[in-house]
Write a protein that binds this ligand. Structure first.
Ligand SMILES: Cc1cc2nc3c(=O)[nH]c(=O)nc-3n(C[C@H](O)[C@H](O)[C@H](O)COP(=O)(O)O)c2cc1C
Length: 234
């Protein structure tokens, strides 16, 4: 797959078919992921693939409870999801959250059908910096295989139970960084167009100076008049 196609269309896919992901596909995804950069190449990461139906059913209950906790925090004005970026319209953010919740409800309600969970553990992930490249590589490599996924953190609310269910050797220092739900999507892949454009989130040589070019539309897929989608400023 062309790299820009993967970068622009790797969305969070929450509506998944129950069809299993063949082992060789799983191997290709993880084999790509372990190429990711990591500090001092210590590779202090471990991936636990879960396809046991009983275990997935246990995690389904836990996931729904953990998610309820997160939305409780959101409704009381706390937690990481509550505030939009500075200067952004809180109403827009509330609407975005409503749509994410609706899509997330589907995932939670159909959790038992998910063919594969991938738990990602790390030792000292440096606030995520040391593991997110690998996690993003999982999602990109999955995209190349036609496999969709969602990255979630909510199960960290019940980390002890997760460790217990998976037999994690916590004494070695392992912590759960994320859990990915993976499967073949029911829907179609689309460009992640719901992002603030480059010129609104970038500047040059300092915070308040324009970046120098405006990008009103995503630059992929390329258009014949590609330069027409770039507007020089200043
Ligand atoms: C750190 C992190 C945690 C996330 N947690 C969840 C989650 O618990 N549940 C979920 O459905 N999506 C989760 N997401 C996915 C985001 O909601 C998603 O990337 C965002 O809404 C943009 O959607 P898109 O990537 O499909 O365009 C998470 C993403 C990140 C980076």
């Amino acid at each position: 797959m062309e790299i820009h196609k993967a970068l622009y269309t790797t969305r969070m896919m929450r509506r998944l078919r129950p069809d299993p992901i063949p082992l060789e596909v799983q191997a290709r995804i993880l084999d790509a992921a372990v190429r990711a950069p990591n500090g001092a190449n210590t590779q202090r990461w471990h991936f636990v693939a879960v396809d046991d139906r009983d275990l997935i059913a246990e995690f389904a209950e836990l996931f729904r409870r953990a998610r309820a906790l997160e939305y409780e925090k959101f409704s009381t004005g706390t937690g990481p999801m509550v505030a939009p970026a500075p200067g952004r319209d809180p109403e827009d953010h509330a609407e975005t959250m409503r749509r994410i919740k609706e899509s997330g409800d589907y995932l939670a309600d159909h959790f038992e059908e998910i063919p594969l969970l991938l738990f990602v553990f790390a030792i000292d992930d440096l606030g995520g910096a040391n593991i997110y490249p690998a996690i993003w590589s999982v999602l990109l490599a999955a995209r190349a295989e036609g496999v969709g996924g969602v990255m979630t953190l909510v199960l960290r609310n019940f980390e002890d139970r997760v460790n217990e269910l998976l037999g994690v050797p916590v004494e070695e220092g392992w912590n759960m960084s994320a859990m990915l739900t993976l499967g073949y999507p029911r829907g179609k892949w689309g460009v992640a167009a719901n992002r603030h454009p480059v010129h609104e989130v970038s500047s040059r040589n300092g915070w308040n100076t324009p970046f120098g070019v405006e990008v009103p539309q995503p630059l992929w897929p390329p258009r014949d008049d590609a330069m027409g989608t770039l507007a020089a400023v200043g």
